[in-house]
Write a protein that binds this ligand. Sequence first.
Ligand code: ADP
Ligand code: GLC
Length: 480
Amino acid sequence: MRVLYASTEIYPALKTGGLADVNGALPCALADAGADVRLLLPAFPAIAQAAGVLRTVISLPSPFGGATVRVARGELAGVPAYLIEAGELFARAGNPYVDENGRDWPDNHLRFALLGWAAARFADGTIDDWRPDIVHSHDWHTGLAPAYLAARGGDRPATVFTVHNLGYQGDFPAETFRDLALPANFFSIYGLEFYGRVNFMKAGLHYADRITTVSPTYAAEIQTPEFGFGMDGLLRSRAAVLSGILNGVDRDVWNPATDPAIAVHYGEKSLQGKARCRTALRKACGLAVSDGPLFGVVSRLTSQKGLDLVLAALPALVAAGGQVVLLGAGEAELEAGFLAAATQFAGAVSVRIGYDEEFAHRIFAGSDVILVPSRFEPCGLTQMYALAYGALPLVRRVGGLVDTVGDADAQNLAAGTATGFVFADADVKSLQAALNRAFLLWRQPRQWSLLRRTAMQQDFSWAPAARSYLALYRELRPLA
Ligand code: ADP
Ligand code: GLC
């Protein structure tokens, strides 16, 4: 089964969020499950550097004018990788999608059209003599790959399009369509047109042979107006080819028994190390010595993540004897709000604005609870990292959070399946009630230890996900 896996970011070379973690682990898991997987990514400087010695496979004229397209081969995350260079289109350091002021690059439609176009060119052997059976693309940046393949018609690879976040769609003015080198009839409601504009996410959703998303619950939610971001009608019409496959955890990276970033290693049976990690974290963050619970947050600061609710709940949380450590970056208002709270509650609330991979590991290791109060959450990885590090996730009942956290309700407590705290509504009252339950349980140390052990025993390895994707590929290409 030859699989071309097209995406934009990959841990550890270039990461803006969970997509990079997935891309850093799933291709290798697919290879372990028996697939011949090759990556296709833009040659962003950090990615080109990580891919080792690059060998030119081909240079070809760009369909979008401008510089020649060069495809080079290297290796990333343990699998072969094709990287695309095209003059200065991808030769920009830093965030792959936005400039240093956080503004979308004005030529993003061309940059990511090129990525989709290049994926499609593998079909006819233009790029290499390796022709994929499946082109598997991820999120809007690669949404045009299924469209270019559909335009080609005939004998072509089957296409799988995975939605990691419907909230980002790659939406451009109508006039960009003429730059995309697609047949005119593709700009239609039965194509990639969306409210008079070009929408790369819609292209993926409309043209792919199969759509997946990163948890079963999100697969159901996106078919409703509440979570569909305008695509719910289309997704309902494609329900027969839409499924959810839960992400996994890369245990080579997220494991408290081996993690090089944390103060002391520990495991489910040797939890003294966790207490020392907590003490070290408190000290590093200037938090007071305390016997109350330490709540951690590692997150993009966007409205998706619901952290405005945490901000509103902070005074009560601190009054109840809790402390908070937050690492995050994003919307200015949230950054300012948390910084002000850190000043107001000095010694109880510590805030670091920025992106820091190692500090993130230390927060998971040192925290008692990890807060993930998302408004929507396609899968969410941080609650799974929390479980692995024995920090109980306190999450909202949405998306992948539902599929990964067992609420400490009477039923789960009795059955031994409780691993955290789940609340229903995106409001402070609902969050507050879950926080109260966490404080109550904290005062029952034996119960807390029990939950923590169950949490650490959860197995979210990538192997089952890889098997599910392979089964899907086989449905599409039984003979490959
Ligand atoms: P999303 O992809 O929506 O941001 P996920 O939970 O899937 O959410 O993945 C987020 C990833 O990004 C995790 O690996 C998390 O540890 C990491 N992360 C988020 N914010 C930061 C930050 N400020 N510093 C370091 N890592 C972060
Ligand atoms: C997106 C989603 C997140 C998911 C990640 C990886 O960034 O917001 O929920 O875990 O993709 O699939």
